[in-house]
Design a protein around this ligand. Structure first.
Ligand SMILES: [Zn+2]
Length: 120
């Protein structure tokens, strides 16, 4: 399952970053996922639940920002949304279109708490 390996690497990164900043409990994770990635957000959430078990992110809330695809026309310079996945400029009809949005896949940020040994 593609979703699982994607989430697995994101969560490894998260734990690494949290550890490095002395965070003992992650409370919220924000992911940015472009729709062109073809990832099922429900499956991503399911994988998240499994992967964070027994980690410092086990109680974290997962926010996923789903980014709709957008393009930039090389011919006329127009920027536009790509609602139906066709790569033609709606302004001049040109086919030289660069994808500018929709391929994102990263962790935007996370919130965490630093609990000292004295609080435990
Ligand atoms: Zn154009």
């Amino acid at each position: 399952m593609h979703e699982f390996s994607v989430m697995d690497s994101l969560m490894k990164l998260l734990v690494e970053h949290a550890d490095a900043s002395g965070i003992t409990r992650v409370t919220r994770v924000r992911l940015v996922v472009g729709r062109l990635r073809g990832l099922d957000l429900r499956q991503l959430r399911g994988c998240f639940e499994i992967l964070v078990e027994d980690t410092l992110a086990k109680d974290a809330v997962l926010d996923i920002e789903s980014v709709p695809p957008a393009g930039h026309c090389r011919t006329c310079g127009a920027d536009f949304a790509i609602p139906d996945y066709t790569l033609h400029c709606p302004h001049c009809g040109g086919g030289e279109v660069d994808i500018t949005k929709g391929r994102e896949l990263h962790m935007a940020s996370f919130d965490g708490i630093r609990e000292t040994a004295a609080d435990a």
